[in-house]
Design a protein around this ligand. Structure first.
Ligand SMILES: *Cc1c(COP(=O)(O)O)cnc(C)c1O
Length: 485
């Protein structure tokens, strides 16, 4: 049914109110019935596009028609990341206050590139990021009230790229923006580090030849001795080491690199140390898990993703630097049309100088709402619960002689495998994921196919993890029988 346009074509305030309520109801219903969908979308390539009209509408449609298509066209093509049975990759958990914060951010609709383009957007961000330093027990020199400071990036990938650009400036003392990238620069991370580090090295113009992947120990953590050797060899060859990226909680197995030893090496050689704690960082909300951050005071920069495990929907990465000057030197640009008194006074942060894009959303709103809604106590409660459930799962795996735990389980990620070999594990995972009852993912450690179960979704409770283990054992039994006949 084509909609009869009024003169403006706009959605009226009354219509907005009506459909706004309907959308909130839709989201609330979706979360209530989320377990009725197969966790992993069963759509085949092209299915979603095949259900969409080839041509865009010439005449505006009634919003009810659009909402109906959300159920008909979109949901079948959705993998339900918010399902409590989503145990794959890492969580991307959302919550009521975060979703409302996101909606308000769109509703207020500011573009916070400069302090002057919306002071609240900048100051709430600085303030909430300072709160997080106290909440996670991070070093005080990351606070915006010192020479350091925090900024929200879209992702850990962007944070790493920004850290590299700042490190590049500091290492050469040369203005890379003026002279281009020094080809002698070298970056170090471990063999188990996230792919975003390689990507940053490529984007920053150092080239993959500048990346050293340092060997890891039996627990998949960086070997500091190997790092020191690589740095010395590069120095001797006339190279300029500029950045080390250490990981707290690798994506593959949650390995924690030995920060004190790595930090000491970085200090000796004057190399920028960036710490990527994308998922694991959230655990530091609980004092008993802060051992993962032992040595973090030696870092020049640090980031973690509230958009993974802190109930703040994507995107929201908290990125901190100990000295903001290098970062701003690397990223600052001031065309005439952005000149303003507040900037000239030096009394404010213009966050466009702390990130790659110019424009930025009001992301601090959702983070603020999450922290105020849950309080430190509520956030700690859920993180502890997730860790306890993962530890319980690991115990069940250890007690079953058909399975083994394949890596240390410091927090909420369990790497495990059936002892019957790669084929059986692959079949086991495929069957479980096709069943729609749960979603697991895999990695490879020491050449072996390993299953990963990560507990971190907002609504994951004990019975979800218990049922997952029951299903894993049942399907394993079936696959074993098939293999024996
Ligand atoms: C998930 C993850 C990343 C990537 O995070 P984005 O925010 O999607 O860029 C980087 N590093 C680690 C250790 C991760 O777990």
């Amino acid at each position: 049914m084509p909609k009869k346009p009024d003169q403006s074509y706009h959605m009226s305030a009354d219509e907005f109110r009506r459909w706004g309520h309907a959308v909130i109801d839709w989201i609330a219903d979706y979360h209530e019935r989320i377990e009725s969908f197969p966790v992993l979308s069963q759509a085949q390539p092209g299915d979603v596009r095949a259900s969409l009209p080839a041509q865009p509408p010439a005449h505006g449609e009634d919003f009810s028609a659009v909402l109906a298509d959300l159920d008909r066209v979109i949901l079948p093509g959705v993998t339900h990341w918010q399902s409590p049975n989503f145990l794959a990759y890492f969580p991307s958990n959302a919550s009521g206050p975060a979703i409302l914060g996101e909606l308000l951010s769109a509703g207020i609709g500011v573009q916070g590139m400069l302090w002057a383009t919306s002071p609240a957007c900048t100051e709430l961000e600085s303030h909430v990021l300072d709160w997080l330093i106290d909440m996670l027990g991070l070093p005080g020199h990351f606070k915006s009230t010192t020479d350091g400071g925090g900024v929200i990036q879209d992702s850990a990938s962007s944070a790493t790229l920004c850290a590299l650009l700042a490190a590049r400036e500091r290492a050469t003392g040369l203005d890379a923006n003026e002279h281009g990238c020094d080809r002698r620069l070298v970056v170090y991370t471990s063999l188990q580090a996230h792919s975003s580090i390689e990507k940053a090295v490529k984007i920053a113009g150092l080239g993959k030849q500048a990346l050293r992947l340092v060997d890891t120990d039996e627990h998949h953590a960086m070997k500091p001795g190997r790092l020191a050797e690589a740095i010395e060899a590069d120095r001797a060859a006339g190279k300029v080491p500029c950045l080390v990226v250490a990981t707290v909680g690798t994506t593959s197995s949650h390995a924690v690199d030995p920060l004190p030893a790595i930090g000491k090496i970085c200090r000796e050689h004057g190399i920028w140390l960036h710490i990527d704690a994308a998922m694991a960082g959230t655990a530091a909300l609980c004092p008993e898990f802060r051992t993962i951050h032992h040595g973090v005071e030696l870092a020049d920069s640090y980031c973690f993703n509230p958009h993974k495990w802190m109930f703040t929907n994507f995107d929201c990465n908290a990125f901190y630097v100990a000295e903001r000057a290098a970062l701003i030197r690397a990223l600052s640009i001031l065309p005439e049309y952005l000149r303003n008194q507040a900037t000239e006074s030096g009394a404010v942060f213009d966050y466009r100088d702390w990130q790659i894009p110019l424009g930025r959303r009001f992301r601090a709103l959702k983070l603020w709402m999450v922290i105020r809604h849950y309080g430190i106590e509520g956030l700690q409660h859920h993180v502890r619960r997730h860790v306890a459930l993962a530890q319980q799962f690991a115990d069940w795996v250890r007690d079953d002689d058909r399975f083994e735990v394949a890596a240390p389980v410091p927090l909420n990620l369990v790497c495990f495998r059936h002892l019957g070999g790669d084929a059986i594990n692959q079949t086991l995972m495929d069957r479980l994921n096709q069943s729609g009852h749960l979603y697991l993912s895999h990695t490879r450690l020491d050449g072996k196919f390993i299953l990963r179960l990560c507990v971190g979704q907002t609504k994951t409770e004990a019975h979800h993890v218990e049922r997952a283990w029951q299903r894993i054992r049942d399907v394993a039994g079936t696959v074993e029988k098939e293999q024996n006949t």
